[in-house]
Write a protein that binds this ligand. Structure first.
Ligand code: ADP
Length: 154
């Protein structure tokens, strides 16, 4: 049976931190679904189309990676797509506390799911999409924090 992982996020925008987790997870799985969450509580900075195109183009040479969108519960999306692995990155102990709660609840809702955590590359421990958005909103240059080829012009 194929090992299919789901890596959920809003990728608003994708950062080098996300990219590092995805690429390091490639040897562990047969397929990784990058699942762009359509969360009505989050008002995205970059339009959905742009976020989707970034991911599709960035990983166009990587047959194991597919890009999808979803709304609703992440575990329902996993179930529908025959995924038993949720991929997450851990930067800090705050990430761990947050992820632990979600991971335990996801397991309660879908007992077959395993959340797989990769420790973040120390180079990206302070990097988040929200910091990149703040830099852009304040007129700074955030290009070195996103993978090559990502055009951050709004
Ligand atoms: P988004 O900002 O895309 O909604 P999250 O912030 O929830 O998504 O991040 C999606 C996943 O990527 C989470 O598991 C998060 O820990 C991980 N992640 C985010 N930034 C980094 C980073 N700099 N290094 C490693 N993992 C990261």
């Amino acid at each position: 049976m194929d090992k299919i992982a789901v890596f959920p996020g809003s990728f608003d925008p994708i950062t080098r931190g996300h990219d590092s987790v995805v690429r390091r997870a490639l040897p562990l799985f047969d397929k990784i679904i990058l699942a762009i969450g359509d969360n009505p509580d989050k008002n995205p900075f970059f339009p959905f189309e742009k976020r989707q195109n970034w991911l599709v183009e960035l990983y166009s040479g990587e047959p194991k990676i597919i890009v999808m969108s979803y709304s609703g519960l992440t575990v329902d999306f996993c179930r529908k797509n025959h995924s038993r692995y949720l991929l997450r990155g851990l930067r800090t102990s705050a990430d761990f506390e947050f992820e632990r709660t979600i991971g335990l609840m996801n397991k309660a809702l879908y007992p077959e799911i395993e959340t797989v955590f990769l420790l973040c590359d120390p180079a990206y421990a302070a990097l988040s999409s929200s910091i990149v958005r703040d830099i852009i909103k304040n007129g700074g240059n955030a290009i070195s924090f996103v993978p090559e080829g990502i055009n951050l012009e709004v």
